[in-house]
Ligand binder design. Structure first.
Ligand code: GLU
Length: 467
């Protein structure tokens, strides 16, 4: 189904790293916009000056870029639009949809205290809502919306269904504070309206805000966007995701060396499904994604699933793309970059490395045999090992460099020495790898070639064949 003029947004508050839940919301919005040929916008909700920092804004754009979630146009700063928010507050006042409230913080606190003692709702009911303007003092005032007192407000949510809120539960919330600054609730509505947002896809923790925000939409006579409140992410124990469950920031997943495509795939599966599909490409996700397939219950974060998807994405990656991703990873975590020799070698080795790696650093560990330069310190071999390597050397020198022929050389040496092939492969692998983890001996020989193979055997035995 193609919907007309889809415009979605992600509206993070820059108060820390980009939360993995925010990343999922961003990805859902991105997928929805891209799928429908629409626009995906980024708004930094930096209205709260105490908590917002420029570093956190940068962390957001950085995380978005790493995830490959490109947004259309410039990122919008909510704080920069404060004048416009104030203008709408005044308009609400002029339309009679809002009122000047002169109650002081002390008065409001006293009201709440009394309500608590009487066991009544602590929603503040301002005495100024219906006051005669002639009685207004010459004092600072906040602008409060006039929320409906009776009836119900129905949020028609694409994920949650119809959610009904009783209007007496809605307060006459402040839109503009007495110091002239807009509240978050007003800013969100004005920005979403002005940015032409057609679909607000966001975390379920904002569902109750939707009812309050609808009061502003109605008062301004603005079209209400399509709401889609997605259930929060829980930890594997079913409790709300917190630091205790492990990494929360997108940057931590990058530092752990998960490819961005795998994280996207994993995020898509957190709360959304397409039949039984677990592993899919971006193109498939874009083709399949729909709001109707978002579940109503919280998704559980499962690290093993992420690792599994990660290994599949690494295995399926194009070699040149994977190399570029590895280089970005090294840069991001501050590890030394690849020199030209290593780059060429790694590109050649990727084919045999990528089928077995869970993460990029895991792949790099197994790439020691191609990234490091001989001689490796493998220690002095025992006579048996030495004999095996010495037997292998001339035969490898004369063999044609193909997998089944090399396989036969190993089998031949095993036969002459009356041992199993594994006993020949083990010291051969150790001599070639120079580290505990590596691909198979045959894979390594095919990657490094004959000369290098013979040199490494020579290093191990102390007898270089070409010396
Ligand atoms: N700034 C809010 C947050 O980071 C999101 C607001 C919204 O999506 O409406 O949770």
């Amino acid at each position: 189904m193609v919907e007309a003029k889809v415009i979605t947004r992600i509206a993070p508050s820059p108060t820390g790293n980009m939360h993995i839940g925010t990343a999922r919301t961003a990805y859902f919005n991105w997928l929805y916009a891209r799928r429908h040929g629409g626009r995906f916008l980024l708004r930094i909700e930096d209205t709260d000056r105490q908590r917002s920092t420029p570093e956190a804004s940068r962390a957001i754009t950085r995380a978005m870029s790493w995830l490959g979630l490109d947004w259309d146009g410039e990122a919008v700063s909510q704080f920069a639009r404060a004048d416009r928010h104030a203008e709408v507050a005044r308009e609400l006042l002029e339309k009679g949809k809002a009122f000047r409230c002169f109650s002081t913080p002390d008065e409001i606190e006293t009201f709440r205290e009394r309500a608590r003692l009487r066991g009544q709702t602590t929603l503040f009911r301002s005495p100024w809502r219906d006051a005669d303007p002639a009685t207004h003092p010459d004092a600072p005032f906040a602008i409060r919306i006039k929320a409906p007192k009776d009836g119900v407000t129905v949020i028609r949510d694409r994920v949650q269904g119809d959610v009904t809120v009783r209007n007496p539960e809605l307060d006459d919330m402040v839109c503009l504070r007495s110091d002239g600054t807009p509240t978050y609730m007003l800013a969100v509505v004005v920005d979403d309206h002005d940015m032409g947002i057609s679909h607000v896809i966001r975390g379920g923790d904002h569902l109750t805000n939707a009812a309050r925000q609808m009061v502003i939409y109605d008062a301004m006579g603005w079209d209400i966007p399509v709401w889609a409140h997605i259930p929060l992410i829980h930890g594997s124990d079913g409790k709300k995701l917190s630091k205790r469950h492990g990494a929360l920031g997108v940057d931590e997943y990058e530092a752990m060396g998960f490819p961005a495509a795998a994280v996207r795939n994993y995020l898509a599966r957190l709360g959304w499904s397409h039949g039984d599909s677990e592993f899919f490409t971006d193109a498939e996700a874009m083709e399949w994604f729909d709001l109707d397939r978002i579940g109503k219950s919280p998704a559980r974060f499962d690290f093993r699933k992420l690792e599994h998807l990660s290994s599949r994405h690494i295995a399926a990656a194009d070699d040149a793309d994977l190399l570029a991703e590895i280089e970005r990873f090294l840069d991001a975590v501050g590890r030394p970059g690849l020199d030209p020799r290593q780059r060429v070698g790694l590109l050649r080795a990727l084919n045999c490395l990528k089928g077995r790696a869970r993460t990029l650093p895991d792949l790099l560990d197994k790439a020691h045999f191609i990234l490091s330069e001989r001689p490796f310190s493998t220690g002095t071999p025992d006579p048996e090992t030495n004999g095996i390597l010495m037997d292998l050397t001339p035969r490898l020198r004369d063999a044609s460099w193909e997998r089944d022929i090399l396989d036969r050389v190993v089998a031949g040496v095993a036969e002459t020495r009356d041992v199993k092939s594994g006993e020949v492969l083990r010291p051969l692998r150790a001599a070639l790898a120079g580290s505990g983890v590596s691909p198979s001996a045959l894979d390594m020989m095919l990657v490094i070639g004959r000369d290098e193979t013979l040199s490494r055997l020579g290093d191990a035995t102390g007898h270089q064949i070409n010396d």
